[in-house]
Design a binder for this molecule. Structure first.
Ligand SMILES: [Zn+2]
Length: 318
């Protein structure tokens, strides 16, 4: 079946339990790359350490990944794009973008209308966290209770701490906006910046100290804001990073993967993975490269025994 054309939906950590330990897996388990076959079925490709991933790009451009209808906290439908149309809004076509429930999430706390199923999802408890990435850049973010751990695994955090538990998704987004406004913490770090930072992660102790300090600042800010609306409690809980991410988050100097993932044939062995960013070893080369597998999202690939060209690189870099 090497000639099946798969549409890549991305790297997901959601096959894992909500919180490490819930399924007897100490650190949350393993991520997958989710692939859609031409019949509309899904294949989850496990991305464990040692996985060999070989593929070639089978079409130019990006195709729509469909949209989600949310029915409740743990219940949603993934509706595939009927035409597998060209993606024009990120990884969606115009039509799927417009009908996607998740588009409404960001306006909910500003009084926007949401359908009942999405409302039930948003009314579950949520967590506010501070995540720090390999360069030392940090962000504030939110996770629904059932996605408490996975959200940070998918984000590719190097260190993170939960700073508040909110009664619902409206309260948590108000807190998030407060932290951005009063502490200057951004709500987004670009995926390309996360991947670039992993070519030379800062020392673990430095990143932990940064995250610890910022989380403390934010907790004090939230404690002072408690008299306002209420509906939350300040917490102090460290996120447990998956063991599979340890190697790529460790201090080292590495090369960025030298080939564009939008075209050509590629193949490598995955040694470690943080979010969607892999530490990969090419056949016949004793070098590790940082590959942002997120770049494959919405692209069409064929799996097979392909290999990446080994670039002529000089070692050491410094
Ligand atoms: Zn579509």
């Amino acid at each position: 079946m090497t000639d099946t054309r798969y549409l890549v939906h991305g790297v997901f950590w959601d096959a894992s339990p909500a919180v490490p330990g819930d399924a007897g897996i100490p650190d949350g388990g393993s991520p997958v790359m989710r692939l859609q076959d031409p019949g509309g079925g899904f294949t989850d490709l496990a991305l464990d350490a040692g996985t060999r991933l070989g593929f070639r790009l089978a079409a130019g451009g990006k195709s729509c990944l469909g949209h989600h209808k949310v029915h409740g906290p743990a219940d949603r439908d993934h509706v595939l794009c009927p035409d597998r149309a060209q993606a024009v809004k990120g990884s969606q076509c115009e039509r799927c973008f417009v009908v996607d429930d998740s588009r409404l999430i960001h306006d909910f706390h500003r009084g926007g209308h949401v359908p009942p199923g999405l409302r039930a999802y948003l009314m579950q408890p949520h967590w506010l966290y501070i995540a720090t990435f390999a360069s030392g850049a940090s962000k504030v973010g939110t996770a629904a209770n059932l996605r408490k751990w996975k959200r940070l695994a998918e984000q590719g955090a190097v260190v993170a701490r939960y700073v508040a538990r909110a009664d619902d998704g409206r309260v948590v987004r108000n807190l998030e906006d407060l932290v951005t406004r009063d502490a200057g913490v951004p709500q987004q770090i670009r995926s390309a910046a996360k991947a670039a930072a992993l070519t030379g992660p800062a020392p673990a102790v430095e990143l932990d100290a940064l995250n610890f300090g910022l989380a403390g600042v934010v907790r004090r800010l939230l404690a002072g804001a408690g008299a306002g609306g209420g509906g939350f409690e300040v917490v102090d809980e460290r996120w447990l990073r998956p063991g599979l991410s340890d190697a790529v988050c460790g201090q080292a100097v590495r090369h960025a993967y030298p080939h564009e993932l939008s075209t050509g044939a590629h193949g490598f062995r995955i040694d470690s993975l943080s979010g969607s960013v892999a530490l990969a070893r090419l056949d016949g080369a004793d070098l590790e490269f940082v590959v942002n597998l997120g770049r494959l999202k919405a692209r069409t690939i064929e799996l097979g025994g392909h290999g990446s060209d080994v670039p002529a690189v000089q070692e050491p870099l410094f």
